[in-house]
Ligand binder design. Structure first.
Ligand code: ATP
Length: 546
């Protein structure tokens, strides 16, 4: 969960710096409160100068006005952070859904979980609300804590231990108590699920249980589960009580110590009356409310946000690419036999009775007029479309049964998903090292893009990339994969001729078979064989240049 939020916050550094600057102004009244009250008493009201005392209090009032203005300026910035976080979550949800849709398509199922998208959208809205609420509460709480401690130290340095030690104990223990509480909450949820599951089983067999007269035996597991649930709830309550006591002690112990040592502190002139009231102001007006907020609102919101973001991260993670080893021996021919395909029962076939043999390791260009069926043939060869009649075999295995990692079809529209450049490139090759990524980048001529984006760990903004850059990323992704048959369907259309030449040569030099749907003559020239599609039928030729 933290990685989703932290990654986003890191990308928002400039906005957060502005928030931090305004927050410093916001913290001014909390920082000054005790000092100003001490001065108002010691230099004003307690020495018969009410005007001086009033002037100090007026200064405090002015600081509160400035704080109000700073707070007003901070809110639009906070909403910028929250809204962009929401946008990145939505992109993630949509990206995850596209991955799943792509996966279901390659497994020849057309189901897309649209209900999940709706559910996730609800969770995203919840995460957005919780993040906003947390930023609104955590920020002032941290500000107040820091300002109150700093003000207290400045006012009464001799009393640092009184406030410092209890507070330190609380701040060190707090993360542990949150973790312990999260564990207990999880135990309660699991016990709850167990009660539901066991009582469900009993209810289903109620008639048989009654007929056999084994109610007591049937009830036993349900009672066991209910007892475990009760024990887990009690344990959660105990952790909550300890945590609340511990945190409150952090605020009340300094106050009790201050009151307890008060007569001595005032009698031996360690503190003036004004400083005593000022120190008490820091504890009662700032420290205690901040700690109360920490145990209550903040930890509640934080736990909820953690649960929501973990769920979003789990359900939208890109599915791992197939890792199953290829069942095919190295060097398999692609054979198309009697392929006929039409888009719809009444439509004229786009491909009719087509036979084609592509030897393993070959480099074939498919050419033809616009609309002659090049993309359709590419989709058939990749197993993305199924022919009406005929079949495509890879190494003697029907293409639709072949491990989908064996064949890669790269379309014209390159898809770059939300994530880092490295994640995009490793999508089909999880184990690829940086050196392998470097090799692919150099082979395909995409080194300038890698450098411009700031390396493989840089987060990619697909909208900020040119069409050619997106295509290069999609090409490198497949170049790094273990696909033995690569089909480029106008996958280099946005590259200039020189870049396209480099890419096609790199793929031709790579192991495996290369099929290129050519939109430039040069692509056909580079190929070892050319397959020409035309309205009257298909014919195969060898380029003259070879
Ligand atoms: N999804 C589809 N539904 C119906 N008809 C389609 C579909 N896709 C393509 N066609 C039609 O099938 C024929 C072949 O299209 P295809 O895209 O395979 O040709 P192409 O040679 O790749 O064309 P281009 O070079 O313009 O991309 C065209 O008449 C096209 O209109």
């Amino acid at each position: 969960m933290s990685s989703l939020l932290l990654r986003h916050l890191r990308s928002q550094r400039p906005v957060l710096l502005r928030v931090a600057a305004l927050s410093t102004v916001e913290a001014a009244p909390a920082l000054a409160s005790g000092l100003v009250i001490a001065a108002a008493l010691d230099q004003g009201f307690l020495v018969g100068s009410p005007m001086v005392g009033t002037a100090w209090l007026a200064l405090l009032a002015a600081l509160h006005v400035v704080r109000g203005l700073a707070e007003r300026a901070v809110f639009p910035l906070l909403s910028e952070v929250v809204e962009s976080f929401r946008d990145s979550l939505v992109s993630r949800v949509v990206g995850g859904t596209i991955h799943r849709a792509a996966d279901s398509r390659s497994s020849h199922s057309s189901t897309v979980d649209s209900a999940a998208v709706g559910r996730l959208t609800g969770q995203v809205e919840q995460a957005r609300g919780l993040t906003g609420a947390l930023l609104r509460t955590v920020r002032p709480m941290v500000l107040t804590l820091v300002a109150a401690v700093a003000g207290f130290v400045a006012l009464a340095p001799s009393l640092v231990l009184i406030m410092g030690v209890p507070l330190l104990v609380v701040l060190v223990a707090f993360p542990f108590t949150v973790r312990a509480l999260a564990r207990r909450r999880r135990e309660v949820v699991l016990a709850d699920e167990e009660v539901a599951a066991r009582s469900g089983q009993v209810l289903l067999g109620l008639r048989d249980i009654t007929a056999l007269g084994v109610q007591d035996r049937a009830a036993e597991p349900v009672i066991d589960a209910a007892e475990r649930h009760a024990a887990a709830s009690a344990a959660q309550g105990r952790v909550e009580a300890v945590r609340a006591l511990l945190t409150m002690a952090g605020g009340y112990v300094p106050l009790l110590l201050l009151i307890g040592f008060g007569p001595w502190l005032l009698g031996s002139r360690v503190l003036s009356p004004g400083e005593f009231v000022g120190a008490a102001t820091y504890v009662t007006a700032h420290l205690l409310p901040a700690l109360r907020m920490l145990t209550g609102t903040v930890s509640g919101l934080w736990t909820q946000l953690a649960v929501t973001l973990t769920r979003i991260a789990e359900t939208t993670a890109a599915p791992p690419p197939t890792v199953r080893d290829s069942a095919l021996p190295e060097g398999c021919d692609v054979i198309a036999e009697g392929l006929t395909f039409s888009y719809g029962a009444a439509a004229e076939p786009v491909v009719r009775e087509l036979d084609l043999a592509i030897a393993a390791g070959d480099h074939l260009a498919i050419v033809g007029a616009s609309g002659s069926g090049k993309s359709t043939l590419a989709a058939l060869l990749a197993g993305v479309e199924e022919p009406d009649t005929g079949r495509v075999l890879l190494g003697g295995v029907p293409i639709t049964s072949v491990d989908r990692g064996e064949v890669a079809l790269i379309p014209q529209q390159a898809f770059v998903f939300v994530g880092t450049l490295g994640e995009n490139l490793r999508y089909l090759a999880r184990e690829a090292t940086d050196a392998e990524l470097d090799h692919a980048a150099d082979a395909l001529g995409m080194r300038p893009i890698v450098d411009r984006l700031g390396g493989y760990s840089a987060v990619v903004d697909a909208a900020a990339l040119s069409g050619g850059e997106r295509q290069l990323i999609a090409l490198a992704r497949v170049y790094l994969s273990r696909a033995t048959v690569v089909i480029l369907d106008e996958a280099t259309s946005e590259l200039d001729p020189a870049a396209e030449d480099r890419v096609e040569r790199a793929f031709a030099a790579r192991r495996g078979t290369l099929i290129v749907v050519a939109h430039r003559l040069a692509s056909a020239d580079r190929a070892r064989r050319v397959f020409t599609l035309c309205a009257l039928g298909a014919q195969e030729t060898v380029p003259r240049s070879r």
